[in-house]
Design a protein around this ligand. Sequence first.
Ligand code: SAM
Length: 255
Amino acid sequence: MKFQTTSYHFDLLKDTDRVSAFFEAIIHYSGKTDLAYDLGCGSGVLSYFLNQKFNEIISIEIDSKAYECAFNNLKSFDNIEVINNDALNYEFTKKADLIVCEMLDTALIDEEEVQVLNHARKFLKDDGEIIPKAIVNIVELVNMQRHYIHWDEDAAYEELSRPVEYSKIIFKDEINPNFEKDINFNVIADGIANGIKITSVTILNDEIVCGPTPMFNPPLLIPIDELNVKCNDLINVKLKYIMGQGIETIETQIL
Ligand SMILES: C[S@@+](CC[C@H](N)C(=O)[O-])C[C@H]1O[C@@H](n2cnc3c(N)ncnc32)[C@H](O)[C@@H]1O
């Protein structure tokens, strides 16, 4: 099948690691199959996969151009309803067996995954499932070349500490978007620490773990005040942000 997409959603589709991870998770879903929600359906690719299993799919997309693509891509399927709306404003009426919500970004800071799931979760049956299931965030102390918040495309940086798994967000739980934690880093090399690097790994289900990939949560580099560090030092950094409210909410402080 040929898909109409926006250029952004075309890049998402070309990320075969991302698409195949979601395909596998949906195809191996083994719960009840009355109703699925696809929140932030983009071009509709995940609804297209869901169609093979579910009697009814409600797909919601905020962006009008992406909605038009999804509408056209999925119009031949009677069991899929595509809606152009903000999922936060959508008045859910029916409980679903599965919610697919891929509004992911590194540490869930920039996209509204947390807010949308906090709104939609009441409309998941007690035995229902969410894909993805969880996200795990890992952080390292680094020396980075560019001293502003950016996603790691090809930027050079040197890792100066062991990685620390600092949070795990489970999507079936109610999630507090306000994140704050003091993180201890074990330094592994002498150098100038001037940033931290966050990497997010997505757990789609009990068997499938994915990312980062080029279009799926690339590592996020965040500046901190410059600090000379030596191997075996212990460095404590406070990290604060609001999930779903953007990278402008990120704050760091060396303790
Ligand atoms: C990372 S893309 C994923 C698209 C699609 N699920 C896929 O796999 O190709 C996230 C999508 O969520 C949509 N989105 C973001 N916030 C939304 C909201 N509050 N309500 C509905 N859609 C939203 C974006 O416009 C974008 O199309």
